[in-house]
Design a protein around this ligand. Structure first.
Ligand code: CU
Length: 185
């Protein structure tokens, strides 16, 4: 897949990114380093809903834990109603799949949802197609209270194998349970 920035002067501006199923090979693929940032950037190739094999829903919420004190008391930060358990696999992803993950936030705070393993592209926010900075590749997406963000990504069948995390990137929220495990196999 060839990406070009035709308006970017100074030097030859061509670089190449492999299709999702084939990773960039620095030994053989054509690459040119930028000497300055382009005035604008555009991703010419986007994953679309037609590429998708599965959609998953993730709901980030907050609630009060056990009020009697001790372990589990206080504010809980949850994904799909669950607090993180490292002995549990929450989602199983088929290697080679292209998936849409729909991230909802029903809590009164914004949460940056972060998923390991692959780069994502945002499709839309509350049904409004992505624009501006949302068009870039993401590993984290900020989800505002009451918002639902859908992003799409491809799980490389060669590189992506095993267990990975997804979590709120606010450390205190993650530590309070807002994290889950997905396994690619
Ligand atoms: Cu959070």
């Amino acid at each position: 897949m060839l990406f070009t920035h035709p308006n970017f002067g100074v030097t030859h501006t061509r670089y190449k990114i492999s299709p999702p199923s084939k990773r960039f090979n620095p030994a053989t693929d054509d690459i040119t380093l930028y000497t300055r940032l382009p005035d604008s950037a555009e991703i010419h190739t986007r994953l679309t809903e037609e590429d998708t094999t599965q959609t998953r829903n993730f709901v980030m919420s907050m609630g009060m834990g056990n009020m009697s004190g001790g372990m589990g008391s206080g504010m809980q930060f949850l994904i799909n109603g669950k607090s993180f358990d490292m002995n549990r696999v929450d989602e199983t992803v088929t290697a080679g799949a292209t998936e849409i993950w729909a991230i909802s936030n029903t809590s009164p705070m914004a949460h940056p949802f972060h998923a390991h393993a692959i780069p994502w592209q945002i499709l839309d926010r509350n049904g409004v197609p992505a624009s501006g900075v949302d068009l870039g590749w993401k590993d984290t997406v900020l989800v505002q209270p009451g918002e639902m963000v859908r992003f799409i990504g491809h799980f490389d069948p060669v590189i992506n194998s095993g267990k990975y995390m997804y979590h709120c990137h606010i450390l205190e929220h993650e530590d309070a349970g807002m994290m889950g495990t997905f396994e690619v196999k």
